[in-house]
Design a protein around this ligand. Structure first.
Ligand code: GMT
Length: 370
């Protein structure tokens, strides 16, 4: 198949999923065209059958803002026409699925559109209902729609009241590489435990809760916290560590491509988000045998089994999360058992192969080839 993939080129989960699906499909012999404002971080190196198309919104003299959605639709139509694309897989309803529907119109209906909902479409509409008609239209008019968790599927049906099938296809991980530099020596001198958080530091990630959990843990056991990523709440988080006298125990790494190296030497992963439609970062930690402590919100209970791969607590309950962390750090057997269970679940239920099979089957179905 010849497939276009439209995504944001950020470190966020949707860009990761879109790029990894594209790479896996290319490895299976499909021709892939990724359309994005810049090269997605996971698209490193030259890969056979993967083509990248930069989408640039040229300034439009009359308007204050450059119309990105129109530029994306134009680029999709041009690439689809030139390379004979059969499908555009849009990651997000707005603007990607909207643009794909425009491209389909421009080409006289000769292009299938598959849309994957990652959650932000839903939360954006939750905070700004003015987008609702467009997101609803994109969901209704796509040839295939997927959601990354059952939670998100239910929320989509509830909020948009659409009467159409939505298939749940979760995020996935690959088995981690075994040979990794041992960063424990420089992350946690003096045999301290390593707690890790990875996110884009948006308010929804509740990074201050991560610090409050760590603040409680560090008074009981020797520990270090690694904060991977960057975003709006980083300054406040750094200031909190300084003001509370534990800045030397927290390492803010900024955005990192090689999160595997950090996870390989982590003892615990913290994800106390306000909501999370899936929680790819938690799954990546689990793939590295790292138990997860997270909030019991959104799709996280579909990923992390409370008491098996880690612990789930009510959102904002930093005391309970800190107590869980101490239980795990003080009990090596429990930590290792949970780590093993987490890895088995991540690489079993959320293995790349079967998940990519599901996308492939959906493409065949919308093309009428199944
Ligand atoms: O979490 C973010 O802020 C990034 C966002 C994205 O679109 O990249 O992540 C969303 O999609 C991921 C991939 O499907 C999910 O694993 C994340 O849970 C989801 N984030 C939220 O729902 C907050």
């Amino acid at each position: 198949m010849r497939i276009g993939i439209s995504c944001y080129s950020t470190f966020g989960g949707s860009g990761v999923v879109a790029t990894e699906v594209g790479k896996a499909l290319a490895a299976r012999g499909h021709e892939i065209h990724i359309l994005s404002p810049s090269v997605p971080p996971r698209l490193v190196g030259f890969e056979d059958r993967i083509n990248f198309h930069e989408v640039r919104a040229s300034p439009y003299p009359l308007f204050e803002d450059s119309p990105y959605s129109i530029a994306l639709g134009s680029k999709m139509a041009d690439v689809a026409d030139h390379y004979g694309l059969e499908i555009i897989h849009a990651h997000y309803a707005i603007p990607h699925a909207m643009a794909a529907l425009l491209a389909r119109m421009a080409l006289g209906g000769n292009l299938k559109v598959v849309t994957t909902l990652h959650g932000t479409d839903i939360t954006v509409v939750g905070s700004d209902p003015s987008y609702l008609p467009m997101v609803k239209m994109a969901i209704r008019e796509s040839d295939g729609v997927t959601a990354v968790s059952e939670y998100l599927r239910q929320e989509t049906l509830r909020i948009f009241q659409v009467d159409r099938p939505i298939e749940v296809i979760g995020n996935f991980v690959e088995p981690p590489r075994d040979e990794r530099p041992d960063c424990r020596a420089w992350l946690a001198p003096k045999a301290a435990f390593v707690l890790t958080h990875i996110s884009n530091f948006r308010p929804v990630k509740r990074v201050m809760d991560v610090l409050k959990v760590f603040e409680r843990v560090r008074t009981e056991v020797p520990a270090r916290l690694v904060m991977v990523g960057d975003g709006p709440d980083r300054l406040e988080a750094e200031a909190y560590c300084r003001d509370h006298g534990f800045a030397a125990e927290v390492r803010f790494t900024g955005k990192q491509l090689d999160i595997g190296t950090v996870l390989a030497c982590s003892d615990l992963f913290l994800l106390p988000s306000a909501t999370e439609s899936f929680g790819l970062a938690a799954l990546e930690a689990m793939g590295h045998r790292v138990p997860v402590i997270a909030s019991r919100v959104g799709g996280l209970p579909e990923v992390v089994r409370h008491g098996v791969d880690g612990f789930l607590e009510p959102m904002g309950d930093v005391d309970a999360m800190a107590a869980d962390a101490l239980t795990l750090l003080r009990d090596e057997d429990l930590r290792l058992t949970m780590g093993d269970a987490a890895r088995e679940r991540a690489l079993g239920t959320f293995a790349e192969g079967p998940i990519v099979d599901q996308y492939e089957a959906l493409y065949r179905q919308v093309l009428g080839r199944s």
